[in-house]
Design a protein around this ligand. Structure first.
Ligand code: TRP
Length: 324
């Protein structure tokens, strides 16, 4: 069975954008692949040195993964920082790629611009080298990613080739599995739902919270009162209907355009649909939260599994290199 390595930086509780953009896909992939799910906690350090939330954020993310249906026995979930082989392989890989190549990484350039980074750290420049170690330690054949991560998978492929040529074939060249990324817009109308923009609906939000958040969401500015004709194509709420309420979109679009449907009603219907969609996740989350020891056992199990695979790979690496 081909193997998938997927990963996310721990940012705490996940939102419905993560579900639509990645997690739904991860859950389905469990049928046809062997999956390893990495909590990229060392990677957090590249953009902030404060580690005080990293552990809690990792556990919250783990709970969300399990709540949406990642099976802890079939698909090991583990923290990068617990498997020391990541750092060893990262060091070796860091010799196999040039600074110049890493500086040409478009995702890094975007980050430098968006986060206003003035003094890029050595570790941040090497972000994709650590990611290559994440993927190749588990001999991942496929990596589910959004398009911003494609350059990192490409760098992983280059490093795998370079290693194999120099020291003998150990690594497969991983391929991206591009997520049919229906990127979900934020409640404020921003093209992206994201924690740092504060425009999210969390997987753990209850109906009241969802209703409140949706009530404040931005709609078509030209539709001020019920009766005014609206433009569904510019409305965030309509884009949510398309995802969470596909059966009623035509009727909603028509009645929005004619003015028969007001934003208040439209939003309530949207909130109910999102709530329906999330209800099983919320139930599962509640159940999991009542069993904190079980959650930690699952993590421990995942870390043991991951560690075995990683050690096997490192033994091959050390043998081939006759070092370490
Ligand atoms: N770089 C990924 C992101 O920012 C997170 C990540 C780290 C990752 N290691 C990985 C993703 C390995 C896939 C595979 O989203």
């Amino acid at each position: 069975m081909k193997r998938i390595l997927s990963g996310m930086r721990p940012t705490g509780k996940l939102h419905i954008g993560h579900y639509v953009g990645a997690l739904e896909n991860w859950v389905n992939l469990q049928k046809d692949y062997e999956n390893f799910h990495l909590i990229a906690d060392y990677h957090v350090l590249t953009t902030g040195l404060d580690t005080s939330n990293v552990y809690n954020d990792s556990i919250e993310m783990l709970i969300d993964w399990m709540a949406v249906g990642i099976d802890p026995l079939r698909s090991p979930m583990f923290r990068q920082s617990k498997i020391k082989a990541h750092t060893e392989l990262h060091l070796i890989f860091s010799m196999l790629i040039s600074v110049d190549r890493l500086q040409r990484n478009p995702t890094l350039k975007d980050q430098i611009r968006d986060l206003n980074i003035e003094n890029l750290s050595y570790g941040h420049l090497g972000y994709p080298v650590l990611q290559a170690a994440d993927i190749l330690l588990y001999k991942g054949n496929f990596v589910p990613v959004g398009d911003d991560q494609l350059p990192h998978v490409e760098i992983s492929r280059e490093i795998a080739r370079r290693f194999n040529n120099q020291y003998g074939a150990v690594f497969p060249e991983p391929e991206p599995l591009l997520t049919k990324f229906s990127r979900l817009a934020g409640l404020d109308g921003n093209a992206k739902m994201s924690k740092s923009l504060g425009n999210t609906i969390l997987l753990s939000d209850d109906f009241d919270t969802i209703k409140q958040k949706i009530r404040k969401a931005v709609t078509d500015p030209q539709k001020v009162r019920k009766g005014d004709p609206g433009r569904p194509e510019v409305c965030v709420i309509y884009s949510y209907h398309q995802k969470f309420n596909p059966g009623e979109t035509e009727e909603i679009a028509a009645n929005c355009r004619s003015g028969a449907l007001g934003c208040v009603d439209c939003k309530l219907r949207c909130a109910s649909k999102i709530n329906e969609y999330l209800a099983p996740v919320l139930d599962k989350r509640k159940e999991l939260e009542s069993k904190p020891e079980y959650i930690l056992d699952c993590l421990k199990y995942g870390e043991e599994k991951a560690s075995q695979v990683a050690e096997n790979t490192m033994n091959e690496v050390r043998n081939n290199m006759e070092i370490g």
